[in-house]
Design a protein around this ligand. Structure first.
Ligand code: SF4
Length: 452
C-alpha cells in the first residue's frame, strides 16, 4: 500500500514539474512515506529523519532550503508531536491528508516558509483532511519508462481491529474506491503497456460500493465478487493479462469470489491468505474472527474450485498466552495446508493496540525458539512443493535481469514461483513459456523461453 501511495505522490511531483534528485544531499524536498506496522519500521524512519535533519543543518545556501515532509502512518499516529520530537520536520502529512501535498510543493516553489504556509498562508492548507484516493499509482523509473506491473488500490483503511494491529488506528475506517475510478486507472495502465496488476486493500473481500456502477443503469451495491466481474469484463481485450489481489481476509472470502476466480483465467492461481495462527484460543485472542476449522474448510473450497492454486500466508507466533499445544496446532495446520511460502514473525507488543495490555507475555527466548520451529517446517514445505513442480511447462512474466547474472532473466509464474532463464533485458515485461528444469535454492531454472 505504501509503494502504491509513494508512486501516487511521485506522480504529483512530476505533474508539478519536479524531478527526482539523485540523492538526499542535492534534493530540494525530501518526503518520507512512513510505515508504522512494526516498531522496527518506525525506528528506521527516526534514523533517516536524524540523517536529513543533519543534512538540513549543514546546507550552506539559504536560498536553497531543504523541505522535509513526513507522510504516512507515523505522520498519522504522531501528528504534530513528530515536529516537537524532530524540529527539522517541516510538514507532517497523515494518511488522510495527501491532498495537501500539491500545496506543500507550491509553498516550496514560492519560498513560503512552512510555518507560514501551515498557518494559512496557502488557502486549503488548514482544512480538515478527508481521505481521497489518488487517480494513478503507476511507478515510473528514473528514465521515465513505465513498468510492466502496477498496484491499484481499491480500498483504504480497516474495520477489523485484530488485537495486535495498529493499522485501523492509523488508516481509519474502510473506504471503497469508486468503480468508475478503478476502471479509469485500468484503462490508463493498459495504455501504458502494463501486463499485471495487484488490487490492494487491507481487506479486499469487504469491498463495498454504493452508487453508480459503470455499465449499469441503476445505482446499486457492488461487492468484491461484483468488482472482480467488472474488472474481468474491462480487461477482456486488454494487454493486462494477470490480476492479483492483496490482502484477502479468510473470514470474508466468499464462495462467489472463488467462483469468479475459477471462471476467469485472468485471476492468478495464487492467493495470500493470512492465517496468523492455528489455535482457536489464540485466534480468538487475536480477534481474527474465524476458527482453524473455518480456515481449513475455505482452503478446501479454494483448492477444489482452483486446482493447482498455491497459497501463502502470514504466521505470528508467541502471542500472549500461547502454549506449546497452541504452537503444535499451528504446525499441524501448516502440515495440512502446505503453504508455498509464509511471512513468519514473533509477536512484539505494539503500544496503542488492544493486545498491548494482555497478560501472559512470552519470553524472547521462547518466542524465538517457537519461531524457528515454524520457519524450519515452512522451509521443508517450500522445498517439497517446488521439487514436485520440476518438469512442468509454465507461462511466466519476465521481470528483468537476474541480480546474480546479467545474462539471465528473472521471471515469475502466476502461482508466484520464481524462475531464471538465459535471455536479454529487452524481453522484460513480456509473457513467455518455459519448462522448469531444475532448482537453485527456491528459484527454478529453465534452459530456454519462447515468447507468447
Ligand atoms: S485485517 Fe487485522 S491485521 Fe489486517 S490490517 Fe486489519 S486489523 Fe490489521
Amino acid at each position: 500500500m505504501n509503494s502504491a501511495e509513494s508512486a501516487a505522490l511521485g506522480l504529483v511531483c512530476r505533474e508539478h514539474g519536479w524531478t527526482a534528485a539523485p540523492d538526499g544531499e542535492s534534493a530540494d524536498l525530501v518526503l518520507l512515506n512512513t510505515c508504522s506496522v512494526r516498531a522496527t519500521a518506525e525506528q528506521r524512519v527516526f534514523g533517516r529523519l536524524a540523517l536529513y535533519a543533519s543534512l538540513k543543518k549543514k546546507r550552506r545556501a539559504p536560498e536553497r532550503p531543504l523541505t522535509l515532509v513526513v507522510a504516512g502512518c507515523i505522520a498519522q499516529r504522531l501528528g504534530d508531536r513528530l515536529k516537537e520530537k524532530i524540529p527539522a520536520v517541516d510538514y507532517v502529512m497523515g494518511t488522510a491528508a495527501r491532498s495537501v501535498f500539491p500545496l506543500i510543493l507550491q509553498a516550496a516553489e514560492q519560498g513560503i516558509p512552512p510555518a507560514e504556509a501551515v498557518r494559512g498562508g496557502l488557502p486549503g492548507m488548514e482544512e480538515t483532511p478527508v481521505f481521497s484516493f489518488s487517480s494513478a499509482h503507476l511507478e515510473e523509473g528514473p528514465d521515465g519508462q513505465s513498468p510492466f506491473r502496477s498496484f491499484v488500490p481499491i480500498m483504504h483503511g480497516c474495520d477489523n481491529f485484530c488485537s495486535y494491529c495498529i493499522v485501523p488506528y492509523v488508516r481509519g475506517r474502510e473506504v471503497s474506491r469508486a468503480p468508475a475510478a478503478i476502471m479509469e486507472e485500468l484503462r490508463l495502465l493498459a495504455g501504458r503497456g502494463v501486463r499485471e496488476i495487484t488490487l490492494l486493500g487491507q481487506n479486499v473481500n469487504t469491498y463495498r460500493w454504493e452508487g453508480p456502477v459503470p455499465g449499469r443503469d441503476d445505482a446499486g451495491v457492488l461487492d468484491f465478487p461484483g468488482l472482480l466481474e467488472l474488472i474481468a469484463g474491462e480487461l477482456a481485450h486488454s494487454p493486462i493479462r494477470w490480476v492479483r489481489f492483496l490482502s484477502a481476509n479468510p473470514k470474508d472470502f466468499s464462495p462467489a469470489a472463488i467462483r469468479i476466480m475459477a471462471e476467469n483465467p485472468l485471476f492468478c492461481r495464487h492467493l495470500h491468505l493470512c492465517v496468523q495462527h492455528g489455535s482457536n484460543q489464540v485466534l480468538a485472542a487475536m480477534n481474527r474472527r474465524y476458527t482453524r476449522e473455518q480456515y481449513l474448510a475455505l482452503v478446501r473450497d479454494i483448492r477444489s474450485a482452483l486446482p493447482g492454486i498455491t497459497l501463502s500466508t502470514d504466521i505470528l507466533v508467541g502471542f500472549p498466552g500461547e502454549t506449546e499445544k497452541d504452537l503444535d496446532l499451528t504446525l499441524e495446520l501448516m502440515e495440512e495446508v502446505k503453504f508455498l511460502y509464509a511471512y513468519m514473525y514473533h509477536y512484539n507488543p505494539r503500544e496503542g493496540t488492544a493486545a498491548y495490555n494482555l497478560p501472559g507475555r512470552i519470553s524472547e527466548g521462547v518466542k524465538r525458539a517457537r519461531l524457528s520451529r515454524v520457519i524450519a517446517l515452512q522451509k521443508r514445505h517450500t522445498g517439497e512443493l517446488l521439487k514436485n513442480r520440476i518438469g512442468s511447462r509454465e507461462t511466466v512474466l519476465i521481470e528483468g535481469i537476474s541480480r546474480k547474472n546479467a545474462d539471465e532473466l528473472i521471471t515469475r509464474t502466476e502461482r508466484d514461483e520464481m524462475a531464471v532463464v538465459p535471455g536479454k533485458a529487452s524481453l522484460t515485461g513480456s509473457f513467455a513459456a518455459l519448462t522448469l528444469s531444475g532448482l537453485r535454492g527456491n528459484t527454478f531454472r529453465a534452459k530456454e523461453i519462447s515468447l507468447l
